[in-house]
Write a new protein. Structure first.
Length: 245
């Protein structure tokens, strides 16, 4: 008799669990009309995001919402890097969104008025927000078909240089612009002095930036900020300073 009661109790428990799972599964993509939008974006207008989301949502709370379609449409926005859509336990639709974070801005060439993130991804500027970053002057001959600087060896080397500048407090403060010519040679324009820094191809980064540090820490302190019109660090084991005439 006890065994029968235990078996019946187990059966009822299993039935309740199965019913709950079925109910939850049927509710899986049903949401309330409440939307929780989480974004770290300064570039994107929040109302425009909400408009995209609500176009995919039905007004009735018992209708199903296609999370994948919402994610796909938000990904079409040029400033959106990652997006995750999910429903919480109370039925709210949660949309978590992150943007590309600019580390440099291209101001000339085919990609003029575009930012670059630390991974080399190229994305457009925004009328909603402007970020103060290193300015890059590129000639028209450079074309990045996949909207990424790192699709080429030169682009990868350039990104290594830009990231090194941004990761160093001193270089980040003094370097405002980078000029690149058709031969992939770089000239750096500092913020705080008149001379240009002839860098050459973006290689031997550690050695070249050590020479730039030497110039500002030792030579400038002895000769003055605006004694030289150019500083050439592109040759191995050499630093060539050219004075104003």
């Amino acid at each position: 008799m006890i065994d029968k009661i235990q078996k019946f109790t187990s059966f009822l428990t299993a039935l309740v669990i199965v019913s709950a799972l079925v109910a939850f599964a049927s509710y899986d993509h049903k949401v309330s009309n409440n939307l929780i939008l989480m974004t770290d974006s300064s570039f994107i207008n929040k109302k425009s995001l909400e408009k995209i989301i609500f176009l995919e949502m039905d007004t009735l709370s018992d209708e199903k919402v296609n999370f994948f379609e919402i994610e796909k449409k938000l990904h079409l926005h040029p400033h959106v890097k990652e997006v995750k859509v999910y429903k919480d336990l109370t039925g709210n639709l949660n949309v978590s969104l992150s943007q590309f974070k600019p580390v440099a801005r291209i101001v000339s060439g085919k990609f003029s008025d575009h930012y670059v993130d630390k991974d080399g991804i190229i994305f457009p500027t925004s009328k909603n927000f402007s970020k103060r970053v290193i300015l890059i002057h590129l000639p028209d001959i450079f074309n990045f078909e996949s909207n990424s600087l790192t699709e080429s060896v030169f682009g990868k080397d350039l990104m290594n240089m830009i990231n090194l500048i941004n990761e160093n407090d001193f270089f980040r403060k003094i370097i405002s612009e980078i000029d690149i010519d058709r031969n992939k040679n770089i000239v750096i324009h500092p913020v705080i002095s008149k001379q240009k820094i002839i860098f050459g191809y973006p290689d031997m980064l550690e050695e070249k930036f050590q020479k730039i540090s030497l110039f500002y820490n030792d030579i400038v302190s002895a000769k003055g900020w605006n004694t030289y019109k150019s500083v050439n660090v592109k040759f191995k084991n050499q630093i060539i300073c050219d004075k104003f005439s």
